[in-house]
Design a protein around this ligand. Structure first.
Ligand code: PLP
Length: 453
């Protein structure tokens, strides 16, 4: 019937309980029970004096009448469900803790308070611990969602030698390979050869076929995405069934985060989130979460964290897709000129385009240098014991900027998409980083990170 929660909140001297239904297709109905929290029990639950006190988000206004009717209809069920939950013995919660196979462990990740950044800014700086997904990253979410949708459409049939194809910088491949194994598919991953070698080793251990190809532009037929698409076609031409995931352009990618990551953040913060900050690889996470949160959290700010060499920050801030590294004679690497993996791009993907066209719904973009990304990763390890991957590091630099800019008392949410374990040979290799001139010792204070917002 949807999820529910309590929020004991003294606003006008009284204490209210709120029930939030976030699985009504049209949005959220906020029901305020006319009973004090201290008296939570059957009396208040059975109260028929439920008041629909507002619809969160302007987009839903035109449907307010529907919500009211829906809210009235569900209120009785709400009461019953709430009563059952409140009267249930504590031990029965273990029933819910049993996961149905490895895919049952995907999502519902904890929201973690980053103590050092919170204390320094007077804000709550929170991060989704996506590295706790069974495949080690947020990409587990889209792997499961896309495969389930492909199955529902008959594009994949388990245990029939159907093969999943994808071009990926690594994390999505590992998640796809894991879910493929769990559900009876083959998996073929094409990745750029400049990505950390442990990613292809992991892919092979998960039973995937791995092709590492030289990094080159998306317009080149040998770009990793184009090669993956071609391999899928070749497979099908041989009379077999192949499914090309196409995470960059496939709108189901953002939809997966709209349906899972966004609602989780709203639930875990009880709707009290001032800002959301995240980088963009395919754009799926930031598009899905931003589209989910914006209509539901009044005044929320959503920012892009962008690594150096990526053109997306300029697209958000100035509506021009251009990276400084594009200037003639200054470009060092083939693709995006950063050592951060998984985020940053110099083209508009369909998933990211949902944020910037025709009108940009992001509130700004923060460019983060590789040096700051490395320094933040070392800071988080030294001060919080957090072993973050490179995209998590740039997210935290940007989240620090946003928290400082908003000022004390705000809540800033970001994402730690994967762990440093995925980056041992590159981002977390001190010799390699020092050779590039990056600081590998944690800075003495957060003053080392320049405020750009
Ligand atoms: C480690 C890591 N972080 C962040 C991202 C970016 O997420 P999205 O593709 O949803 O923009 C990726 C994407 O591949 C990734 O691998």
């Amino acid at each position: 019937m949807g999820s529910w929660r309590f929020k004991g909140q003294a606003t006008d001297g009284r204490v209210y309980d709120e029930l939030v239904y976030d699985e009504l297709a049209v949005g959220i109905a906020r029901l305020t029970l006319d009973e004090p929290a201290a008296g939570v029990g059957q009396q208040s639950i059975e109260s028929s004096a439920c008041l629909v006190d507002g619809i969160v988000g302007g987009a839903m206004d035109s449907r307010a009448a529907h919500i009211c009717v829906a809210a009235a209809l569900v209120s009785a069920a709400v009461g019953y469900q709430l009563w059952r939950l409140l009267s249930r013995p504590a031990s029965s919660s273990t029933e819910e803790a049993i996961a149905d196979g490895v895919t049952g462990l995907i999502g519902n990740t904890p929201l973690l308070r980053i103590r050092s950044l919170s204390e320094a800014t007077g804000c709550e700086v929170l991060a989704k611990a996506e590295f706790l997904n069974p495949g080690g990253s947020s990409k587990d979410r889209i792997a499961l969602y896309l495969i389930e949708r492909a199955e529902a459409r008959g594009q994949l049939r388990p245990h029939a030698s159907d093969c999943i194809f994808e071009g990926t910088s690594g994390s999505t491949g590992i998640s796809l390979a894991m879910v493929a194994r769990a559900r009876g598919y083959l998996c073929h991953i094409v990745m750029p050869s400049d990505q950390a070698i442990e990613k292809s080793q992991l892919l092979e251990r998960h039973g995937a076929t791995v092709e590492r190809v030289a990094p080159c532009s998306i317009v080149d037929r040998n770009n990793f995405v184009n090669v993956a698409r071609r391999r899928a076609r070749e497979y099908c031409a041989g009379g077999r069934q192949g499914y090309f995931v196409d995470q960059f352009e496939n709108p189901l990618n953002a939809e997966a985060h709209y349906r899972t990551t966004g609602p989780e953040i709203l639930r875990q913060t009880h709707g009290r989130v001032s800002a959301f900050v995240h980088g963009s690889g395919t754009g799926g996470t930031i598009a899905g979460v931003t589209h989910y949160l914006k209509p539901r959290v009044p005044n929320i700010k959503c920012y892009l964290a962008d690594p150096q060499g990526s053109g997306l920050a300029n697209k958000v801030n100035h509506n021009v897709l251009f990276a400084d590294a594009e200037r003639e004679g200054t470009r060092r690497r083939q693709q995006v000129d950063t050592l951060v993996e998984g985020v940053g791009l110099n083209r508009l993907t369909r998933n990211f385009a949902r944020l910037v066209g025709p009108k940009c719904i992001l509130d700004g973009a923060i460019s983060v240098s590789d040096a700051d990304a490395v320094a933040m990763s070392r800071w988080l390890m030294a001060n919080d014991g957090l072993f973050v991957g490179s995209s998590g590091a740039i997210n935290c630099v940007a989240a620090l900027n946003v928290a400082r800019a908003l000022g004390p008392g705000h809540t800033v949410v970001t994402i730690l998409a994967d762990s440093g374990q995925r980056h041992l040979t590159k981002f977390w290799n001190d010799d390699a980083m020092a050779a590039l001139g990056h600081p590998v010792v944690a800075p003495e204070s957060l003053d080392a990170f320049k405020q750009v917002l």
